[in-house]
Ligand binder design. Structure first.
Ligand code: ASP
Ligand code: MG
Length: 430
């Protein structure tokens, strides 16, 4: 059995959805679980909708209408027959959002967020599933919330592995042995399900963190003992740098799990950071391939350890460098650290790089306006806090000095942390 993941860009319009069918037809006679994200930038739009409802800012009805229009435009192109059942089905699915914008929100923003934002994946998978059936593929839609169980940390659900495993064994895997409508002979059995979302024991919806669909693919591969995972992307594979920031990029043929974890951890956006570990634990290879050129080899991530042939760059903008020191100018000691780390954890602010000296502790974090002001305010109760925003964080794996010099040309280095294979630089454009 194989697990495939198609992200937002691979289902962003009608042609893209058709292409998913084309890619799947290259794999006859297989059992495939297909994890799909919300279409295009729907998740961002749903975040705006949630904010409009929760903070009563912006016009929720207008935002929802736009989301509906976007999806129905795609549906109309895919299903010229207006009597197709998908029209009613998607209308009925949108009713949940109609209600959400009418109801008074509860006090818990993160709970409301998950309830609303998760609908992007529910809707996209229903459309994709309906389309695949139209195009002679044999597919079944399942609700991933029935299998991937999390705690109730809304917006960052922690997977209950034991329970999820049990549910996958009892309900998901047997589906491949149950009758698939229309399945005869050597056709593939395809299960379509949602990335990014999970369910709690009380049947509430959670999300696994932004861009979490890769992680979903890994969870399902782990619990089903899949032979491989393939992430289908609009790039030819894993590149040594993001083409958004660098002109010259090279595709990596192969990457060890370890390097992939490091790159993802430092912010390479090609794979969600939590994706690799479950695959590594079961030695399941991960392929990153182009959905535009599915015949090409892409990149394989597996257990083969060989240092990367070229330096890899990860570039993060909009960084804030926070420097924290005791108000009485005493030394930074263990109690301070545990205090500070607890606060970061509580406010869900991720540390991208840190460095400490005798009297201060510096960290670079993403400038998240929902989380950061609150963290800084709380820190200021006990510490002297200085911060510097609009910075960039450059991470180079397999660095050498000429490479560092080249990328920091015209930049002022505010912080530099080096380990054997990796250097991290917080810089300001000068
Ligand atoms: N749709 C979600 C997001 O945009 C999950 C994903 O795409 O992986 O964050
Ligand atoms: Mg996405």
């Amino acid at each position: 059995m194989k697990v495939f993941k198609f992200g937002g860009a691979s289902v962003k319009d009608a042609n893209a959805v058709k292409n998913v069918g084309t890619v799947l037809k290259r794999f006859p006679n297989e059992n495939i679980i297909v994890v799909v994200s919300a279409m295009g930038k729907t998740t961002n739009a749903l975040e705006r909708l949630t904010d409009a409802v929760f903070f009563k800012k912006g016009n929720a009805t207008a935002i929802l209408d736009e989301i509906k229009k976007y999806h129905f435009d795609i549906i109309e192109e895919l299903f010229p027959n207006r009597n197709h059942a998908v029209y009613t089905e998607i209308n009925n699915t949108f009713v949940e959002l109609d209600w959400a914008i009418e109801d008074e929100p509860t006090v818990n923003y993160n709970y409301e967020y998950d309830k609303m934002v998760s609908m992007g994946e529910i809707i996209s998978t229903k459309i994709v599933n309906a389309y695949l059936k139209e195009s002679d593929l044999i597919s079944k839609w399942v609700d991933v919330r029935d299998f991937i169980q999390t705690d109730n940390t809304y917006r960052e659900g922690k997977v209950n592995w034991e329970l999820s495993q049990k549910l996958v064994n009892e309900y998901l895997l047997p589906l491949f042995n149950s009758p698939f409508e229309g399945a005869e002979g050597d056709v593939s059995k395809i299960i379509i399900t949602q990335g990014f979302i999970g369910g709690t024991s009380e049947n509430f919806t959670t999300t696994l963190g932004r861009e979490g669909s890769d992680y979903t693919a890994a969870i399902l591969a782990f619990t089903t003992n899949a032979e491989s995972v393939t992430i289908w992307k609009d790039v030819p594979g894993v590149l040594n740098a993001d083409p958004k920031w660098f002109d010259e990029t090279k595709k990596l043929e192969q990457l060890s799990y370890q390097d992939a974890i490091e790159l993802a951890y430092y912010g390479a956006t090609v794979i969600h950071p939590k994706t690799i570990k479950p695959l590594q634990n079961k030695k399941i290879p991960l392929y990153v391939k182009s959905f535009i050129h599915p015949e090409e080899k892409g990149t394989v991530i597996n257990e083969v350890q060989s240092p990367l042939p070229i330096p890899c760059f990860i570039f993060k903008v909009n960084q804030v460098l926070i420097s924290i020191s005791p108000k009485d100018f005493s030394f930074i000691v263990e109690e301070n650290f545990s205090d500070i780390f607890n606060l970061f954890a509580e406010k869900q602010v991720k540390v991208n790089v840190m460095q400490n000296s005798a009297i201060s502790f510096s960290v670079s974090v993403d400038n998240d306006e929902r989380k950061l002001p609150d963290l800084i305010k709380t820190l200021q109760k006990q510490y002297r806090v200085l911060y510097n925003d609009n910075l960039e964080l450059i991470t180079i794996r397999y660095y050498d000095q000429p490479t560092i010099d080249r990328v920091t040309l015209d930049k002022k280095i505010l912080l530099e942390v080096k380990s054997r294979y990796t250097v991290q630089l917080v810089v300001k454009n000068s």
